[in-house]
Design a protein around this ligand. Structure first.
Ligand SMILES: [Zn+2]
Ligand SMILES: [Zn+2]
Length: 235
């Protein structure tokens, strides 16, 4: 999923993200098959409708976060960066020995992806990609919808268990208990992560770090196009 990682770190990160996504899908299948369908038939169709409308954007933003160009600096764009630094009146560039290029402030080298990333926030193992200037919004929305979905799953499972206290333990009830445990334990860490990301955005906007989350190049498509043009100019 990370576009240019190399070796074991990238492989481990990729395997971890694949396991994470497979677990999300597997548990969601159990959830919609057992407690959610029972509640839809016996209580209200609002349960699957609401949970489904939270799961779809969760998956969508997972892929957008994972596959969007994070703000990777490609070789051959030093002139562009230098011009921009001059325009901004700031020459606080630093040299990356691994990428062999000059980087603007707030650009850091990710050892997992083996690339320099603009407005680097962190490397996320869950999505196997850096969180940088181009995908920070997607990551924030992914965390928001994942937290909302987790909360909806927890409420649904607890509602099912509350309505079936007298029923013996069958496959449906055992699956619901097994779904309630990870949903409950992951809710607090997700809320902490969401709060941290919101505080980061507010602090960044106050300090002007993200410049309204716009980077030296306005989009991933323009970044790739620019790098492609430079490559063909060099030939
Ligand atoms: Zn670098
Ligand atoms: Zn990375």
């Amino acid at each position: 999923m990370a576009p240019s990682g190399e070796g074991c770190p990238s492989l481990c990160s990729g395997l971890f993200a694949s396991f994470h996504f497979s677990t999300l899908l597997g548990l969601s299948c159990l959830f919609f098959t057992f407690p959610c369908s029972w509640l839809a038939l016996n209580v209200s169709w609002a349960f699957p409708v609401i949970c489904g409308h939270l799961l779809i954007p969760t998956i969508l933003y997972f892929f957008l976060t994972s596959f969007t160009d994070t703000g990777i600096l490609h070789k051959g764009i030093e002139e562009e960066l230098e011009n921009q630094a001059n325009t901004l009146g700031s020459l606080q560039q630093h040299w990356c020995n691994k990428c062999q290029l000059y980087c603007l402030p707030h650009t850091f080298h990710c050892s997992w992806c083996n690339t320099c990333v603009e407005e680097f926030d962190h490397h996320c193992m869950w999505v196997n990609n850096c969180i940088g200037c181009h995908n920070f919004r997607f990551f924030l929305l992914f965390v928001f919808f994942l937290t909302s979905y987790d909360l909806a799953v927890l409420i649904t499972c607890l509602t099912y268990l509350a309505l079936n206290t007298q029923q013996p333990f069958g496959v449906e009830k055992i699956c619901t208990v097994l779904l309630t445990i990870p949903a409950g334990f992951s809710l607090v860490p997700l809320l902490i992560l969401l709060s941290h990301q919101i505080i980061t955005v507010v602090a960044a906007q106050d300090s002007g770090k993200f410049k309204a989350l716009s980077c030296s190049r306005s989009s991933a498509w323009e970044s790739n196009l620019f790098a492609w043009c430079k490559l063909h100019e060099a030939k």
